[in-house]
Design a binder for this molecule. Structure first.
Ligand SMILES: [Ca+2]
Length: 178
């Protein structure tokens, strides 16, 4: 939906009275987002917040913090987004960062933080061992060029939040944090 903001201008010319309608269009539903709140970084109309180097939390605490920022842990569903996150980390602190992907609810059933199922984009690092039930959460791992490492959700790490409400209307499901 576009909101039309206009201004009616009255012009008097030698041909009589004319009216000119000056207007601008801008989106009001958030599908096109041009700016981010302070502290967030903009990429492809999405806003991302990277926890500063000393701010490391387990996944449950990171989710609480993202929620307080009106966000959720970042959904990484395509290579472009992955590369943006990767380049941002690689040019700042090069720390491991939690993203919003886990199989906490049902072992082996991966869900993004917006509730959608894991798609074909899944750059897990080579030789990942998916057999262990204690590993339920995913971080971008600097030791393997920021490919995904799945690990214990209780491990305190840096984390990436993504602003909610832009580009998606899906609901965030309640996830257990056992
Ligand atoms: Ca698991």
């Amino acid at each position: 939906m576009l909101l039309v903001e206009g201004l009616m201008v009255q012009l008097r010319t030698r041909h009589g009275m004319h009216f000119l309608f000056l207007f601008s269009l801008y989106p009001v539903d958030g599908r096109v987002l041009r700016t981010c709140p302070a502290g967030f970084r903009l990429f492809q109309d999405q806003c991302f917040w990277f926890s500063p180097t000393p701010v490391r939390k387990n996944v449950a605490a990171a989710e609480t913090d993202c929620d307080a920022r009106g966000a959720r842990l970042a959904c990484v569903k395509d290579e472009e987004t992955h590369n943006f996150l990767k380049m941002t980390i690689a040019t700042t602190n090069r720390r491991p960062y939690w993203i919003g992907l886990s199989d906490r609810v049902v072992e082996g059933m991966w869900r993004h933080s917006d509730g959608t199922a894991l798609g074909s984009f899944r750059p897990f690092r080579a030789n990942s061992n998916f057999d262990t039930a204690w590993r339920d959460c995913v971080m971008m791992w600097p030791g393997s060029a920021y490919q995904w490492l799945y690990w214990n959700c209780r491990s305190p790490r840096n984390y990436i939040c993504q602003k909610c409400g832009h580009g998606s209307t899906s609901q965030v499901p309640e996830l257990s944090t056992s």
